[in-house]
Design a protein around this ligand. Structure first.
Ligand SMILES: *Cc1c(COP(=O)(O)O)cnc(C)c1O
Length: 389
């Protein structure tokens, strides 16, 4: 067996200890003679699994009593609609901070459902390379919405906007349990599991109880399955939950606890990110795209010296409008990026291709990525820089 260093943005690497436990229990979970994949979700064997997963979320995230912890399906993307359908019901008006693709998609979905969306701040002017500073949000908004860690742009909030009585909603898909977070500052938090918690298939929702409307008070036409109330009233078992994914999620949470909980994991994440950013900042071959003070601990997009202001501008033009010099510069940029990704992959460092909106490379260094993996990446980057200087 040979394992690679997997820098995928999601689904992403899982702790090896967790994978081994899953493998050991695959044919016979806890003397039941069945795999957890095969079990009724209403069985005596399964119920403690989902109960433990919820208890572990509450424990590790220090979730206050007056919040519900829900496991739903449909990924982070379904939450874009669910948030609007369940929270946008009074004034049908919401504030969004635009920090990249995921925040924009969320705002678009709310608009589609008839919510008056106010984009109160945006970092579009600098290709979303920073987080705008919005200390205070006021107005007759039903909720205010932020994407706390921007997986594609590699940015992260270093503050929490003050919203007073306006419930603050945050997409924490790619930073959940990478750090300590004061849940009481938020009305609703959600996270698709496949970045930092589990395989794909489950979405964690943490919502303050008083924000959960009756099913009939959601926006008109809201399906039963898209009302938080449905899941809250049924212990996330209104219908068949993604049983196996929740089982793995529970194991990942126990692994986080063994590593010191949110605070302990955060220390490791800071150490990993510091290594990589310090390397990037001191390199004359590479540079990070996210601005200092807004940088993600989890997703680190970076470019080489062959990506310049010139190539960025040329890349936005129609091909026919590019000069020969611009075409040559773009071709060189692409050649270097492709070479990096290919040679890294051959060296056992995989999924480093950048998102097309940023270009270059992206290393996602979630909780399960060890510091050895980051050191291996930096060693490869040093070698590649020398060979392609
Ligand atoms: C991946 C991601 C999503 C989308 O999640 P899906 O589960 O694929 O719908 C939403 N928001 C953020 C921040 C993400 O990283």
């Amino acid at each position: 067996m040979s394992r690679v260093w997997n820098f995928s943005a999601g689904p992403s690497c899982l702790p090896e200890d967790v994978l081994k436990e899953c493998a050991a229990e695959m044919m016979d979970y806890n003397g039941t003679g069945q795999s957890v994949m095969e079990m009724s979700h209403r069985s005596k064997a399964y119920e403690p699994i989902i109960e433990d997963a919820e208890a572990m979320v509450r424990k590790l995230m220090n979730v206050p009593e007056n919040y519900k912890v829900l496991f739903v399906q449909g990924g982070g993307s379904t939450q874009f609609a669910m948030v609007a359908q369940n929270l946008g019901i009074k004034n049908k008006k919401a504030a969004y901070i635009e920090t990249g693709v995921w925040a924009k998609k969320a705002a678009a979905e709310a608009k589609k459902l008839g919510i008056a969306v106010d984009v109160i701040a945006s970092s579009k002017d600098k290709n979303y390379s920073y987080i705008p500073r919005v200390e205070k949000i006021t107005g007759d908004y039903d909720y205010a919405y932020i994407c706390f860690n921007n997986t594609i742009m590699g940015t992260h909030y270093e503050y929490i906007p003050e919203t007073g009585n306006i419930p603050l909603v945050a997409d924490i898909s790619s930073c959940v349990l990478s750090e300590e977070l004061d849940v009481s500052k938020f009305g609703l938090l959600f996270a698709g599991a496949q970045k930092n918690l589990a395989p794909a298939g489950v979405t964690l929702v943490i919502i303050r109880e008083d924000l959960i409307p009756e099913v009939e008070n959601c926006l008109p036409g809201t399906p039963t399955m898209l009302a938080y109330k449905t899941h809250a009233d049924n212990g996330s078992m209104y219908n068949t939950p993604p049983c196996y994914t929740i089982y793995v999620l529970g194991k990942v949470l126990h692994w986080i606890e063994k590593n010191g909980g949110a605070a302990g994991i955060n220390k490791l994440n800071v150490a990993k990110a510091d290594l990589l950013y310090n390397f990037l900042d001191s390199s004359d071959f590479y540079h990070a795209t996210a601005v200092k003070g807004s940088r993600s601990l989890m997703n680190v997009p970076f470019l080489t010296k062959y990506s310049t202001a010139e190539t960025a501008a040329a890349g936005k033009k129609d091909e026919a409008d590019r000069t020969d010099a611009e075409k040559a510069a773009l071709a060189k940029e692409k050649e270097i990026n492709d070479k990096f990704v290919k040679e890294a992959s051959a060296a056992g460092l995989v999924n480093l291709k950048g998102h097309r909106l940023v270009g270059g490379m992206r290393a996602s260094i979630y909780n399960a990525m060890s510091i050895e993996g980051v050191k291996a990446l930096i060693a490869f980057m040093e070698k590649f820089a020398k060979e392609n200087a």
